[in-house]
Design a binder for this molecule. Structure first.
Ligand code: ZN
Length: 155
């Protein structure tokens, strides 16, 4: 188990595109484990590899139903629109509203190289879109409609 350092907005690596994974070797599996550990350590619901400085198409997500590890994830269907508040471990102490699809379907490879799909609505759809954006060098603040300040959220 290893906690990796999270790259913060301003780090150029967060703006680069991640490469597809062609071979799921031990290095990739360890990387996924480290991403899970790093996500939990920082109380995140998702983490993408560029956030720990690795430009590979790897995402981990746990919205409270257990962890999902996604290799080469791609959105293949989306439907509807929802505006809700989002934050990011790479953009600390900020939050803002972003428009995301209400439902998405994503195809990916699991750790065993099997092709899978995951369908999500609400928070899961939002997390999937947010993390897949990271693989393309996109941060939520690029799409932010309005900044939300914590004191407003509590009202
Ligand atoms: Zn993020």
């Amino acid at each position: 188990m290893a906690i990796r350092q999270i790259r913060i907005d301003g780090d150029p690596i967060l703006r680069k595109k991640s490469r597809e994974v062609n071979e799921i070797n031990d290095r990739i599996k360890i990387l996924l484990e480290d991403m899970v550990d790093t996500m939990y350590e920082n109380d995140g619901v998702g983490l993408a590899a560029p956030q720990i400085g690795v430009l590979r198409q790897l995402v981990v997500i746990d919205i409270g139903d257990g962890v999902v590890k996604l290799i080469n994830p791609k959105i293949i269907e989306k439907e509807g629109e929802v505006i809700d508040v989002e934050g990011c471990l790479s953009v600390p102490n900020r939050a803002g509203t972003v428009k995301r699809p209400e439902r998405v379907k994503v195809k990916y490879l699991n750790e065993f190289g099997e092709e899978k799909t995951i369908e999500g609505t609400g928070l899961l759809a939002r997390a999937l879109c947010h993390e897949i954006d990271h693989l393309h060098g996109i941060l939520y603040i690029d799409k932010m409609i309005e900044e939300v300040f914590p004191e407003e959220e509590e009202e």
